[in-house]
Design a protein around this ligand. Sequence first.
Ligand code: APR
Length: 241
Amino acid sequence: MDSLRTARARLKSAQRVVVLTGAGISKPSGIPTFRDAAGLWKDFDPEEYATPQAYARNPQKVWEWYAWRYKNVMQAQPNRAHALLVELEEQKGEGFLLVTQNVDGLHPRAGSKRLVELHGNIARGRCETCQERFPLPDPAHFTPPPTCPACGARGRPDVVWFGELLPPGAFERAERAFAQAEVALVIGTSAEVEPAASLGRIAHLSGAYLIEINPEPTPLTRLADCALPIGAVEGMEALLG
Ligand code: APR
């Protein structure tokens, strides 16, 4: 396991840098994770709220849960870790790609541009008929379900549910970037949900220098060249500060 000094040097000199983030990066912004002690899946059964079958059974119940999360997310602010990733993107330019599993929209709100939202975005709806994607109304004026602005049919949350395919091309773009990266940085994910969880392994097997920031060990930790057992804000400040 390399030292922080080596990780800092590798990150500084690399031209092709990729990042994968999970719910842990947004926890300091007050947004709950899923599998932590106080995670969402402790109180809400994903089978009841985050599958196409759950939505088909009871769309209003699923929508009310997403509308609640949407309101909470829109009250949260990006934190220092999100901001430091924007700085890293500005340093690396074309050689940078941020891939997130998060649907909270904190990365784009922080200013990240070279971004792939693998699991969609909770602030958007998607028409069940014509597939049009559209921004949801402001949470204060939002009573679910939304109607499609293009055809008037009902919209669903524009997020990827368990058992669903990722947005077309999203994973392919991410996979290509992780296979070509010199440094891969994995922040705040339990690395349990595929296909996102495979990205760290792909980078490692392709010879990238792998850095993990997570207070807890994950299946990726043993592959990491440098594993920082600290939070996202502290880890990003240690690497870039
Ligand atoms: N900084 C960094 N990591 C943290 C912090 C923190 N301050 N606090 C907790 N963590 C770590 C936890 O140790 C855990 O490994 O964040 C991780 C969160 O893991 P999960 O809750 O499983 O979230 P995530 O990995 O993003 O889940 C992946 O699963 O439920 C689906 O679609 C959902 O996108 C989500 C996917």
